[in-house]
Design a protein around this ligand. Structure first.
Ligand code: FES
Ligand code: FES
Length: 217
C-alpha cells in the first residue's frame, strides 16, 4: 500500500510520472511552507466581508474606544467598538490575518489564539474584555530573523495541512499544549486539538506533526 504521507491520488489522476510526482511533492511542501510561514491564505470576498454583513456591524450609536492590547509581546493601541470581537480586531484593525475566521461562532477553532497560555476562540471574545493579558497569534511565533518556530517546521515536515485554512488554529493549540505538557501522549494531543476542526480531515497528519514537534522542541 502506498504511504499516504507521500502519495497523493491527484498525481495519478493527472498522469504524473515518478519524477513528476517527486516534483509535485516538493512543490506541495513549498506550498505548505508558504501557508505556515505567512499564515495568509487568500480570502474570498464573501469571507472577507462576513464581518461587515447585516447584523454583524456596529450597533446604532456605538462609538469606538481607544484601548491598549498586548499582542505578541508588543503594545498595540487600537480603536474598538463595544461589540467587536478579538478576531475582527486582529484581522481588520491590526492586519494580523494569520488568525482565520470561519464559523465566527465558537465551533471550529480556526480563530484560536493563546491568551496567557490558554487557547481561546478569538471570534467569541470581545476585544475590550482582553485587558492587559498577553495575546499570541501565529505571527508571534517566528524567530528574530524570521525563522519558523519548531512547531511550524514540524507541521511542514509532516505535511500536516491540506488547504491550510485551519492550520494557524491547529498550531496555536499545539503551542499551548506543548508549553504546558512538553511530552504529550498521542491521546493527550488528540484531546488538546479536539477544538480545532479540519474540513480536509487532515487529523492524522496534524497529530503526527504535534508528536514530531514534541520530539524536537
Ligand atoms: S471562527 Fe472562531 S471558532 Fe470558528
Ligand atoms: S487543512 Fe483544510 S480545513 Fe484543515
Amino acid at each position: 500500500m502506498k504511504d499516504p504521507t507521500t502519495y497523493f491520488p491527484g498525481e495519478a489522476a493527472i498522469g504524473a510520472s515518478e519524477s513528476q510526482s517527486s516534483g509535485l511533492r516538493a512543490s506541495r511542501r513549498a506550498f505548505i511552507k508558504g501557508i505556515i510561514a505567512s499564515g495568509a491564505v487568500a480570502a474570498s470576498s464573501g469571507y472577507f466581508l462576513a464581518g461587515c454583513a447585516p447584523g454583524k456591524g456596529p450597533a446604532a450609536g456605538a462609538v469606538e474606544r481607544l484601548i491598549s492590547l498586548n499582542i505578541n509581546g508588543k503594545t498595540r493601541r487600537v480603536d474598538v467598538l463595544p461589540n467587536e470581537t478579538l478576531a475582527m480586531t486582529l484581522r481588520n484593525k491590526l492586519g494580523l490575518t494569520g488568525t482565520k475566521l470561519a464559523c465566527d461562532r465558537g465551533e471550529c477553532g480556526a480563530c484560536t489564539v493563546v491568551i496567557d497560555g490558554v487557547t481561546h476562540y478569538s471570534c467569541s471574545m470581545l476585544t475590550h474584555t482582553v485587558g492587559s493579558r498577553s495575546v499570541r497569534t501565529i505571527e508571534g511565533l517566528e524567530g528574530p530573523d524570521g525563522e519558523l518556530h519548531p512547531i511550524q517546521q514540524a507541521f511542514i515536515d509532516e505535511l500536516g495541512p491540506q488547504c491550510g485554512f485551519c492550520t494557524p488554529g491547529q498550531i496555536m493549540s499545539t503551542v499551548a499544549l506543548l508549553e504546558s505538557n512538553p511530552h504529550p501522549t498521542r491521546e493527550e494531543a488528540r484531546r488538546a486539538l479536539s477544538g480545532n476542526l479540519c474540513r480536509c480531515g487532515a487529523y492524522d497528519h496534524y497529530l503526527n506533526s504535534v508528536m514530531r514537534a514534541a520530539e524536537v522542541s
